[in-house]
Design a protein around this ligand. Structure first.
Ligand SMILES: [Zn+2]
Length: 324
């Protein structure tokens, strides 16, 4: 096999192919390092002697639907200059991995359009190998984000492992990148973030959080100069919870079975955005429920107008709408 083909197809630059064979539906390419490329892995000297070898196999990019293995006699090298005795450096593989860098790159590309299971199946790899490649890629590219240019951040918690474990994440609101992940959902979940941030000269201008007192006090203590903003979603959610409580108590107290029927099942109509209800049938169901009860109607229209605050061009306008 041509060395240029080895280079372009598999990222193998310093080796030559001695034989291609087929075994258990796999293509096996036997390769070895060219004599002029062999050197000491410690100092780069060519003043070396070869002392034995180890046969190693590396998974490469498949050809068509056939898995491909690069089988290489990896030389043990004794250096006459620095006296180190080591295996030669295999440039197309990282560390002790059993797959080529080129294959790892293909896994990352395919992971953008398929699940781990799909990618593993397509490339004849195990689920664990695909997951491992993804994790290493993410760690390398996003493991140590630059905090020095942060200006606007969002802080929020989320549950993992069916709600048994909480994590707190910090997001750069301008790029959408996750810049920190802390354990738990208390203020101590953010300690590591503030420590890292202080080592940079970043000047945070705005921070959006949910209504958690832990986050609020953590922001007040560590970034007092930043404007604290409560995320729109969390404020509307509180309003929706209040509206739902009113609907439930009205339903419980209503003795008239027909009226109860009208109220039943209106929860999502009340909670969804009024402008999004296009269907006449749903619209009249909502109107009927509202007509039945004045407190419910008041609460509903308060909820709808609360959203107007976020539509205003500036803070003064928003304050006026809120007062109204
Ligand atoms: Zn050496």
């Amino acid at each position: 096999m041509n060395t240029s083909f080895l280079h372009h197809a598999f990222g193998v630059r310093e080796q030559e192919c001695s034989r291609v064979r087929y075994e258990d539906k796999s293509i096996i390419i036997e390769i070895q390092t060219r004599k002029d490329k062999l050197c000491c892995p410690c100092c780069g000297s060519k003043h070396i002697i070869r002392s034995g070898s180890q046969l190693r196999r590396f998974r490469g990019v498949p050809i068509g639907s056939k898995p491909l293995l690069l089988e290489m006699k990896v030389q043990r090298i004794e250096c006459k200059d620095c006296y180190c005795i080591r295996q030669e450096h295999v440039h197309f593989v990282t560390g002790k991995r059993s797959y080529t860098n080129r294959l790892a790159r293909l896994v990352v590309e395919l992971s953008r359009i398929g699940t781990i299971k799909d990618v593993a199946h397509f490339l004849h790899l195990s689920w664990d190998t695909v997951k491992d490649i993804q994790k290493r890629y993410l760690q390398r590219h996003y493991g140590n984000p630059d905090l020095s240019k942060l200006e606007y951040i969002g802080i929020d918690e989320f549950a993992v492992a069916k709600g048994h474990i909480y994590k707190t994440r910090v997001v750069d609101l301008l790029t959408g990148q996750v810049v920190y992940m802390g354990d738990g959902k208390g203020s101590d979940a953010l300690d590591g973030f503030w420590k890292k941030l202080k080592r940079t000269n970043a000047l945070i201008k705005g921070i959006a959080t949910d209504l958690s007192p832990a986050f609020v006090s953590s922001v007040m203590t560590n970034a007092p100069e930043a404007t604290l903003v409560f995320d729109h979603f969390h404020v509307v959610k509180l309003m929706n919870d209040a509206l739902d409580d009113i609907r439930r108590s009205i339903y419980r107290e209503e003795k008239d079975l027909n009226k109860r029927k009208v109220l039943k099942g209106t929860r999502w109509l009340l909670l969804c955005n009024g402008k999004d209800i296009f269907d006449d049938k749903f619209k009249s169901r909502l109107d009927n429920a509202l007509k039945l009860n004045e407190p419910l109607m008041k609460a509903y229209y308060l909820k709808e107008s609360l959203k107007e605050i976020w539509m205003q061009m500036d803070k003064d306008q928003a304050a006026k709408v809120l007062d109204n």
